[in-house]
Design a protein around this ligand. Structure first.
Ligand SMILES: Cc1ncc(COP(=O)(O)O)c(C=O)c1O
Length: 398
């Protein structure tokens, strides 16, 4: 069943989504609702990856020497077209940790600079900043982010209030990994730019999840995963630096080969396994076959499906805002008076539903992340399991 690519597939067209689901080989031993860790590649991507692996190992050095450089350039070009930037502004990295370290360690900070970051951003990004702070390169200024913002202005204002004359860079996460909250990154970046501040965007979770192209983030520096929502095999991410800014970033991995303004100077990684990189094109083809708008709408629909069934239970507290523009597939909840690890263990041990206990900014909760291959029936089972857990401890439906 196919729709013309320009049409949005209705999020509740179960016949269409069943056909999509049939292209994934998810384990039937349990219900996986922890798809925020990495995005299971579809079968076509997995098969392409395996074929590339066999080909690389058959052709060995001959492939690596004679063909990989051109194939890599071709993949970068395809990815650039998909992302809305020029190939000369893109590096394929292993993951956002690598991309963020290239930015954080390569940016020309001056003594006394301050870097602003929220209190719900990703741990390895925090650690890269903390390491550089320990080395005396800059000081970190932390912004407390609300779990349920009133509007965009509340968030933009929170970042604006953290600015001092010493602020040089803001690190922004487009979609917070633990609660799934979407930040108005373009608005914050615009405000920052008007104050002469650069923005590094961590688009790990939003890329190929929300339907947008990188320039819409209005930031000169962006990192993202390709093995989360794009569904490429594990081990690939992207780093985007706007052309005019490349010369300012010093390579993290030693390079004397490329001129200062050539982004390949940031990509001197040594030998890398090519199969996942080659399969990025297949992941883009699969994504485009569904369509970014349809995919985003279906993911939000699946999240709303389970949330609408549990949010009014007594003792349930949602940690993710409800407005459609503030979240998509990822959402988190807590059960008042119960350790999140106990909730996650109960769901897995009693109902074979896999979620994750996590936390942020002094709160702890359970994160639930459906993917395109999850069914509404599985989400009904989640809602029922949460209901039974609450009944077991004396909770009742409101
Ligand atoms: C928002 C965010 N940033 C960065 C990362 C780092 O990803 P990785 O460990 O693959 O580098 C993650 C990982 O889940 C994330 O969710």
């Amino acid at each position: 069943m196919t729709y013309p690519p320009s049409l949005q597939v209705p999020a509740d067209d179960e016949r269409f989504w069943a056909a999509v689901r049939a292209e994934f080989d998810a384990s039937e031993d349990f219900i996986n609702l922890e798809n925020g860790f990495f995005g299971m590649p579809s079968r076509p991507v997995q098969e392409a990856f395996e074929a590339y692996s066999r080909m690389v190992n058959r052709e060995a050095a001959c492939f690596m020497r004679n063909r990989f450089p051109q194939r890599l350039a071709q993949v970068v070009e395809t990815l650039a077209g998909f992302s809305g930037v020029a190939p000369e502004e893109l590096v394929i990295v292993r993951n956002p940790t690598e991309g963020m370290n290239i930015l954080i360690q390569g940016y020309p900070f001056r003594a006394g600079d301050e870097v602003v970051i929220g209190n719900q951003d990703y741990d390895s990004v925090d650690e890269a900043l903390a390491m550089m702070q320990q080395r005396g390169r800059f000081s970190i200024v932390r912004v407390a982010l609300p779990f349920h913002p009133r509007d965009d202005d509340e968030i933009v204002d929170a970042y604006e209030c953290a600015i001092t004359p010493k602020t040089r860079v803001m690190v922004l996460t487009h979609m917070l990994h633990r609660t799934g909250q979407i930040l108005p990154v373009a608005k914050i970046a615009r405000m920052a730019r008007s104050r002469g501040i650069d923005v590094f965007v961590d688009a790990a979770h939003s890329f190929a999840h929300l339907d947008y192209r990188l320039p819409e983030l209005e930031s000169d520096f962006v990192v993202a995963h390709l093995h989360k929502w794009l569904g490429a095999p594990l081990g690939v991410g992207l780093l985007h630096v706007r052309k005019e800014r490349i010369a300012e970033i010093a390579p993290l991995f030693g390079d004397t080969r490329y001129p200062a303004g050539d982004i390949r100077k940031l990509a001197h990684f040594g030998t890398r396994p090519p199969a996942a990189i080659l399969a990025i094109e297949d992941a883009i083809a699969f994504h485009n076959r569904i369509g970014g708008r349809s995919k985003e709408a279906r993911l939000r629909y699946l999240k709303d499906y389970w949330v609408s069934r549990v949010k009014d239970f007594e003792r349930i507290v949602m940690m993710t805002p409800q407005a459609p523009e503030r979240a998509c597939a990822i959402a988190a909840f807590k059960v008042q008076g119960m350790e999140p690890a106990r909730v996650a263990d109960y769901l897995f041990e009693e109902h074979r539903i896999f979620t994750v206990a996590t936390g942020a900014a002094g709160e702890s909760f359970v994160r639930v992340t459906p993917h395109l291959y999850n069914t509404t029936g599985q989400l009904d089972r989640l809602a029922k399991a949460i209901g039974s857990l609450l009944q077991g401890v004396g909770g009742a439906k409101r």
